[in-house]
Design a protein around this ligand. Structure first.
Ligand SMILES: Nc1ncnc2c1ncn2[C@@H]1O[C@H](COP(=O)(O)OP(=O)(O)OP(=O)(O)O)[C@@H](O)[C@H]1O
Length: 627
């Protein structure tokens, strides 16, 4: 369906009384900078003396002297513009920002063709430079120039390469070029690359090769043992099978069991990683499993080669001795900075300790790696390589980011409806700060007749997965989400991300807006802000400026909030749609059942009937702190 037609349906049931909202509308009509400049400047001046550095992690350019800001950001913007104009560098070699077949694409390919030197060290550097890959650490292996180079390496096969080609993976992305060769060389890794840049395949491809190579070695050893056994039998000697010979140790040395583990912060992400892995596996005879309540009870893990899991369940099982990870040779921590946050560290430690094989290689991947977390991460790695693609802790350059001042809490819903009215491009992902806000906004938009769904921690796992699948299949055009799916989720077609509630941190912002603009495509991100968000505005403004987006200078000199993490999330009830004078009453009426049973409500409900059924599903009680 054409986006115009989709949009026409999206706005069904929405009309604005411009007279009634005159005051608020005026706010939106002014440029964002003007709207808040005065009040924020006053606020900043009042707080200036008391407000030291905030608790947020440094965004690009932060932590330096203010007077350097302008030069740095001007340089960054110029560099970004130059990159786009000059060589069209993109994370996706055949899909640069300008699109396939454009001058940018041609320039990019020319640039690749310039790699002509007989010195392998120099050649590696030329490839890295062309793809904006930075590596620190001793003796990094050269990056891949093409997937075909892998053909000769242990664990690869024509079948694997053809599975990749059939899935559209014909040219490696920058992170894949360097991370694949590093992991195949047995190097431990800290890998940081932008959202949507192909990190999943960057660890899955070497993982599959490594596991295949191990299995091939096992099969060879088993065949040799069986030949020896036959010969010994002929000579009348007793021979034990490998697993019997060494017990657990024998198993560790290659008698089956889990050989690779990928830990992700959410079940949804593990399921998504399994989807990508399954694209690589046809014909390769490897078995993978996603750890869940049911698979934990009913799976023979000695027959599983690759396990995808979340830290809480896997850590607990490892500690209780319910799963044997002693044969694991590759442990990947995806969204590593999230895994090293408070609340997960104990279980992640338990998993790391349980992966005790002497040859185990550990790799940490994320789009963001705050310095404090890097220090912690390094303490579990041995002589790691650090691979960075592009600039550290930045948003994908394929996303056009903008900020929208909404005045007060009540202005958010109006602003969202106004965006829809102006032609917001679906599919749209709207982030809110809590599950209650997701539920409330869901009700509001449902009432408007928008094809909307929501995903948050109060839903059953099945409802969450259904929300993800329906959004992927295009059945839902607006998905309301908490930060539960703020990271890692790959909805390739998302055109717009709306931060309805301001992100808790710059890191969360980078991941949220990274749900669009993936795989070299373009996307749009709109972030609503109010005066009270000023303390967290600077970090995000810096990220936007580093990506070449327009940001008023005054935002870059705002003071940071001191303890933003302790700030209360907005109340769900703040989403009033009517002015205070009559809104409460009307809203109560709607809440009281008119919406469900009333004529207008019933009519509109018809378009969103599927959603109303979903709302009636039994909900699972969420653990404290979940969103
Ligand atoms: N070599 C490739 N060629 C073409 N498409 C690719 C390639 N590698 C990955 N992709 C596609 O790019 C998209 C983004 O990949 P992926 O989800 O791995 O990104 P990511 O870097 O892990 O992002 P995030 O940081 O948000 O988790 C996916 O749809 C994937 O299929």
């Amino acid at each position: 369906m054409a986006s115009d037609a989709i949009f026409a349906q999206l706005q069904l049931g929405i009309s604005f009384d411009k007279q009634k909202w005159k005051k608020q509308m005026e706010l939106f009509d002014k440029p964002a900078g003007q709207q808040v400049a005065n009040t924020l400047t006053q606020q900043t001046a009042a707080a200036a003396a008391a407000d030291p550095a905030g608790a947020d992690e440094p965004a690009p350019g932060e932590g330096r002297k203010k007077k350097k800001l302008k030069t740095k950001h001007a340089a960054a913007a110029t560099a970004a513009a130059a990159a786009a104009d000059d060589d069209g560098i993109s994370l996706f070699s055949r899909q640069p920002a300008g699109g396939p077949g454009t001058d940018a694409a041609a320039a990019f390919m020319d640039r690749e063709a310039q790699v002509q030197t007989r010195d392998p060290y120099e050649e590696a550097n030329v490839v890295r430079k062309a793809h904006r890959i930075k590596v620190s650490g001793s003796a990094p292996p050269p990056p891949l120039r093409s997937f075909a180079e892998l053909d000769a390496k242990p664990g690869c096969s024509r079948r694997l390469l053809s599975n990749m080609a059939a899935s559209g993976f014909t040219d490696p992305t920058p992170i894949q070029r360097q991370a694949a060769t590093a992991l195949l060389a047995g190097r431990e890794l800290l890998a940081v690359a932008p959202t949507g840049s192909g990190k999943t395949l960057a660890f899955l491809l070497p993982l599959v090769m490594r596991v295949r190579a191990l299995k091939q070695a096992e099969e060879k050893a088993a065949a040799a043992a069986s030949t020896e056994g036959d010969e010994a039998e002929e000579e009348g000697q007793e021979v034990a099978a490998p697993a019997q010979a060494g017990g657990a140790a024998g198993k560790r040395e290659g008698g089956g069991g889990i050989k690779a583990v990928v830990v992700s912060p959410t079940k949804e992400l593990s399921i998504q990683t399994a989807r990508v892995l399954k694209l690589l596996l046809p014909g390769l005879r490897l078995r993978c499993s996603v750890l869940s309540k049911s698979t934990a009870a009913g799976t023979d893990f000695s027959k599983v080669d690759v396990l995808l899991a979340q830290p809480l369940r896997l850590g607990a099982m490892a500690e209780e001795g319910k799963i044997d990870l002693s044969g694991v040779r590759l442990l990947v921590l995806d969204e590593a900075d999230k895994l090293f946050e408070m609340g997960f560290t104990e279980q992640v430690d338990a998993v790391i300790a349980a992966c005790s094989h002497r040859e185990v290689v550990r790799a940490l991947f994320s789009a963001t790696l705050p310095e404090a977390v890097e220090g912690l991460a390094r303490s579990v790695l041995q002589e790691p390589l650090r691979i960075t693609v592009g600039e550290r802790n930045t948003a994908a350059s394929t996303v056009a980011q903008r900020l929208l001042f909404v005045g007060r809490e009540e202005g958010k819903l109006l602003a969202l409806r106004q965006l829809i009215g102006q032609g917001l491009r679906p599919p749209v992902l709207v982030f809110v700060s809590s599950k209650d806000r997701a539920k409330e906004l869901h009700r509001e938009l449902l009432y408007d007749g928008v094809h909307v769904d929501s995903i948050h921690a109060d839903q059953s796992q099945a409802a969450r997965q259904a929300a993800v699948d329906n959004f992927r299949l295009g059945r839902t055009w607006v998905l309301l989400a908490t930060d539960l799916i703020g990271r890692g989720m790959d909805f390739l077609g998302v055109n717009t991300v709306v931060n309805f509630d301001f992100p808790r941190s710059t890191t969360d912002y980078i991941h949220r807006v990274g749900r669009t603009g993936r795989a070299g495509r373009s996307g749009e991100a709109v972030t609503f802000f109010m005066e009270e968000d000023a303390g967290r505005l600077r970090g995000i403004a810096n990220v936007m400026r580093a990506a070449g987006c327009e940001v008023p200078d005054w935002m870059l000199s705002l003071k940071k909030e001191r303890h933003h993490s302790k700030r209360k999330a907005p109340e769900a009830d703040g989403l009033v749609t009517e002015p205070a004078a009559n809104g409460g009453e009307q809203r109560q009426q709607r809440k009281g059942g008119k919406r469900q049973g009333g004529a207008a409500g019933g009519k509109r409900q018809g378009k969103g009937g599927r959603m109303s059924q979903q709302q009636q599903r039994p909900v699972k009680k969420a653990k404290g702190g979940e969103s």
